[in-house]
Ligand binder design. Sequence first.
Ligand code: ADP
Ligand code: ASP
Ligand code: MG
Length: 408
Amino acid sequence: MRILVQKFGGTSVATEERRAQVAAKVLGAVSENYAVVAVVSAMGRGGDPYATDTLIKLATDINKEMPARELDLLMSCGEVISGAVLAATLQSHGLRTALLTGGQAGIITNAEYGEARILRVDPQEILRELKAGCVVVVAGFQGVSEDGGVTTLGRGGSDTSAAALGVALSAEAVDIYTDVEGVMTADPRIVRDARILDVVTYNDIAHLAHEGAKVIHPRAVEIAMRQNIPLRVKSTFSDAPGTLVTNSQPDRAAGADMIGDRLITGIAHMPQVTQITVDISGDKDKPRVVRQIFKSMALAGISVDFISTQLDAVRYTVKDELAGKAAGVLQNMGITAKTLPGCAIISLVGGGITDAPGVMADVAEVLAERDIEILQSADSHTTIWVLVAGPRLTEAVQMLHNKFIQFN
Ligand code: ADP
Ligand code: ASP
Ligand code: MG
């Protein structure tokens, strides 16, 4: 049995017209003799009746502190509704379908409600339905914990469901259908001439996704990468070939371009972060203060990023929504901190950064041309990060894209 997993995102299943385009993709795969597993997201975006954000609001408007276990049960309904509507659509096109929740599809997770991790997948039920000739429609973004609680996999987690099912079923590929024609060199909402990458390594896309490129969930990439399952990011609304995500040894004979030779593959950004600066220049026992700061953040469950500890100051970032809590924790310890909300982290990602001299110099020059201040910077062998003020984000990403993304 040749199995293909097709995942359809929220915008792809938002309207009747779009669901007809989804059905065309499923019918296309069936006509190529694939046994198809269609994983769906909740329909539409916030404000649409059954979208995830709308469901969350239904409850949190009444009680902001809704228990995570109950919120997960509520959120999971969005994907179940979407699955039922897609199943009906496919049936109207003459297909036999089997609709399964994440739990029924065998996705077992831990009990970390809201951000559950998949422990294992038991694909027996899916295989049984596929063998019986059904297209299996699975509600994405959800699983079941070992004690029977319905869990969700973190925002954007239907990609994760699709990748995990692809691995468990040894699928030929996992196709992520969305509203853009593939993985692009930057978010097209910010850079109008961002271009589609024909092929990208698991590593580069995983880094881009971690740094805010919402086109695919980073966990989905990690899961597919472990078993080398090909991932393809494609548009539901066109026949463009999309982006193939593969390992670093592309099959040149199959027409893949020289992905290892790119300096910068893409640019991602993460808005709405607060820079926290603690002046430690006057402290005698600096290591103790540094330890205190990060221990207190950890104890308060505040995830910190972009850490830089120097002799005069400790700087780090937190999500804007946690800035007040972080400042309060520091204040309680008698530590005065300066907070700068509304910043953005820009990440330039590319395997080619390793050993390439002068990249940071070029970044600094491009931003200096427009008087865009670099509030902090850091680098690794595959990524350069810069922190800028939020209002300068779009301009900064556009300038960096012009400089570093080569068109051919
Ligand atoms: P879906 O609902 O299909 O999962 P998402 O909204 O999660 O769709 O992801 C698709 C969106 O990701 C695109 O509309 C695009 O604006 C955004 N995006 C951000 N960075 C990138 C990128 N590098 N390449 C393509 N799309 C990106
Ligand atoms: N519906 C979920 C969300 O909005 C999962 C997904 O779209 O992948 O986060
Ligand atoms: Mg998504």
